[in-house]
Design a protein around this ligand. Structure first.
Ligand code: SAH
Ligand code: SF4
Length: 410
């Protein structure tokens, strides 16, 4: 049985938000230079000490994972209180934590408004697998693109997330998984068994990360910083629907692994499924992929391909796919379509997905079929949406019925 923790009781909520002071500017998500500048500008650190203080703070924030200045024991009490007066390092509010019967977790985080407007809510998903744990991070609230099979695409863009909010998803997940080994595990955290912590991150949650390039870049460079969170860039994957100019920039300026939401092998169909294709058609997209820096058999691009019954799942399509990717070091990730209320597609039959996969395998491509995870808590690909549009009970029941009636592997 899936279950859901109600974290909205005040006492629990406060326990989960140590040091939260959302109105003050956060130090999380700043580059080292920006952090130094902020400390000096606030008049609490002299310029000649700034580099050393940044070093200390960086360690506390990203190696030890503290969310309260009071725990920074090698910093004087006076400076700690000055820091707390000017800045925040608190976490967002965790509105809900759901744990699927397959161990997948989904969090609903609430961030304070930036400028005018209401607080925003976003979802982050943790997927434990044999020997690794993958965190699926959101980059925007909603999405401006309107891929016809994607639930997020039906929600208008509310706003881009800041670099702090992108990183906060990783920090909070590590809090809740007891994944800051040098720190006490927060009250109420449910720690999974050994080896099931965050070893990989994928920018595959809500939103198009390359439409929020600067914040995503900053967050990923901090996540991969060797003196902090230290995730290898090979364990970070950014998924895009194909924003070609920013694919070049991703290769040059971020250097993480790339995933492309391909889903079709000709422009006519891709224009319908992934409308950004009208702006950046397949020829330009494939050219950007070929030129992605550092590609080799050990460093391949992942092509995501959602399996839509009678739309893109024939053996002809599989043949065209192999032809299209010729010469690119590639992995093909077949994603069974995850239904949502109001969606106009059906998932391909399981037999057809296997035939498709066999064909691609025979052509020499690794083509894992992505097992749908966390469907019972609506955490699967394309099912994320923010709380502002949370499903009504009747919709949830309808969806559950769809999943039971759907293919048998879930
Ligand atoms: N916006 C980015 C990243 C988020 S989507 C992108 O489009 O790449 C992560 C993956 O889930 C994408 O490949 C997306 O096409 C796929 N997806 C979206 N809706 C889906 C659905 N209903 N079923 C299965 N996969 C879906
Ligand atoms: Fe946006 Fe990606 Fe969904 Fe397309 S698939 S609507 S780009 S989140």
């Amino acid at each position: 049985m899936a279950f859901s923790l109600d974290l909205t009781a005040d006492s629990t909520r406060n326990a989960l938000r140590p040091g939260a002071a959302p109105e003050k500017p956060s130090l999380i998500g700043l580059t080292r230079a920006e952090m130094a500048e902020a400390l000096v500008a606030a008049g609490i650190v002299p310029e000649r000490q700034a580099k050393m203080r940044v070093q200390q703070l960086w360690h506390w924030l990203y190696v030890r994972g503290v969310s309260d200045f009071a725990h920074m024991f090698n910093i004087s009490k006076d400076l700690r209180s000055a820091l707390a007066e000017h800045f925040s390092i608190g976490r967002p509010e965790i509105v809900e934590e759901q744990i699927s019967n397959d161990g997948t977790r989904k969090w609903l985080f609430r961030f304070p408004p930036r400028g005018a407007g209401r607080p925003v809510e976003i979802e982050t998903v943790y997927i434990p697998e044999e020997g690794r744990g993958t965190l699926c991070i959101s980059s925007q609230v909603g999405c401006t693109l309107t891929c016809s099979f994607c639930h997020t695409g039906t929600q208008k863009l509310v706003r881009n997330l800041t670099s702090e909010e992108i990183l906060a998803q990783l920090l909070c997940a590590r809090d809740r998984l007891g994944d800051f080994p040098d720190r006490d595990t927060p009250a109420g955290a449910i720690v999974p068994s050994e080896g099931r912590k965050v070893s990989n991150i994928v920018m595959m949650g809500m939103g198009e990360p390359l439409y929020n390039f600067d914040a995503v870049k900053k967050a990923l460079l901090i996540a991969s910083d060797g003196d902090g969170l230290a995730l290898s860039k090979r364990r970070i994957t950014l998924s895009t629907s194909g924003v070609v100019p920013e694919i070049y920039r991703t290769g040059e300026e971020i250097g993480v692994m790339l995933a492309i939401s391909l889903h079709a092998t000709n422009d006519d169909l891709r224009d319908l499924l992934v409308p950004i294709n009208k702006k950046f058609p397949l020829k330009e997209l494939m050219e950007a992929c070929r030129k992605y820096p550092g590609l080799s058999n050990a460093r391949r691009i992942t092509f995501e391909y959602v399996m839509l019954k009678d739309v893109n799942d024939s053996l002809e399509d599989a043949k065209a796919l192999v032809k299209l990717l010729k010469g690119i070091p590639a992995k093909i990730n077949l994603i069974p379509f995850n239904p949502w209320p109001g969606s106009n597609y059906q998932c391909s039959d399981w037999e057809q997905i296997e035939k498709f996969a066999d064909f691609i395998n025979a052509a020499g491509y690794a083509s894992p079929i992505r097992t749908p995870r966390g469907r019972d808590i609506l955490a699967a690909c394309g099912q994320l949406k923010s709380e502002s549009e949370r499903l009504k009970k009747s919709e949830r029941l309808a969806l559950e019925a769809m999943m039971i009636a759907g293919h048998g592997e879930a």
